[in-house]
Design a protein around this ligand. Sequence first.
Ligand code: NAD
Ligand code: TYD
Length: 333
Amino acid sequence: MKRILVTGGAGFIGSAFVRYQLRTYPDVHIVNLDKMTYAGNLDNLRDLDPNRHTFIRGDIADAAIVSSAMEGCDAVVNFAAETHVDRSILGATEFLRTNVDGVYNIVETAKKLGVQRVLLVSTDEVYGSIEEGSFKETDPLNPRNPYSAAKAGGELLGRSYFTTFGLPVIVTRGSNTYGPYQYPEKVLPLFVTNAIDSEPLPLYRGGEHNVRDWLYVDDHCSGIDTALRKGAPGEIYNVAGGNERENMTLTNKILELTGRDESLITLVADRPGHDRRYSIDPGKLKALGWAPAMPWDNGMELTVRWYQENEWWWRKIKSGEFKEYYLKQYGNR
Ligand code: NAD
Ligand code: TYD
């Protein structure tokens, strides 16, 4: 694989994946197509070698631009998505446009151009909530919020291109990801940056004991890379961190690492349809040689320190568009 199209490569995981490819494979060239929504950020891509990374601003729902970006690529890895559950509850139009129509454009264009590998980055949320045990790739889907429903739609459409047209589509379903450069609407960077400023941490009441499985961002990238290079066309691979934690445990860890106390915890009205527990079994990907490398304690320390040392990155985000969203989301609670 010499030339890879990465879509959504200016976001949190996509930009980490671009850096991962460039440092792991000296011969690879990345074409990075990103619409630059509120979540896209060129600060995430600073210092990349322009001879090995081409950035194009554009929408995956725009067939012409997808076609010109994909021309000459051996593979495409799609990260581009509307990604926040809470925003999908406020309105889902963009979620359908990007997470379904956008994916349709990608597979349709890949079919026309004969691309060798199409990897669709999906989420453990497509399975829905599970009380005990862990989902396997063969389990039925039960997405329960507009974000995960749209992701499931895009993924199913993509996989239909494997069965119908033989397009070599691979799907990965990752668990909750954390690390540097995550947009501060998601719980971890929101709580860390609020704690740094001694601002309240809006923990969903009733969801304090909900469980997420935390996956360090570079481990998610190596998992996607393993599926891309060693996975079989038409297959699905779960990518899990193996670090299931209750939201309250995560919150306490953040308070400990930022030197703040519990008085910052503010219980707010619960998220409608709040999934209680996500859990997936990554055994199939592990059989290809992948394993997560980052222990949770180290990953948390490293991540919190990164937000402490990189206020330049998140302060301008939190004072911009984000402020308006935050008021809409939490202002009345
Ligand atoms: P993010 O919100 O940080 O970044 C999304 C990126 O996609 C942004 O750069 C944005 O500008 C771009 N984008 C959005 N709409 C676009 C469009 N129509 N055309 C082109 N670019 C567009 O998201 P993230 O957390 O990095 O997630 C990346 C992918 O991983 C998503 O597909 C998401 O569903 C999946 N995922 C995320 C997690 C997680 O915990 N963050 C877990 C599992 C799977
Ligand atoms: P989030 O980061 O939005 O990811 P997802 O919903 O995709 O798992 O939320 C993670 C967990 O944290 C989820 O159980 C909801 C909870 N949460 C809060 O309690 N307060 C918040 O402000 C946010 C954003 C999330």
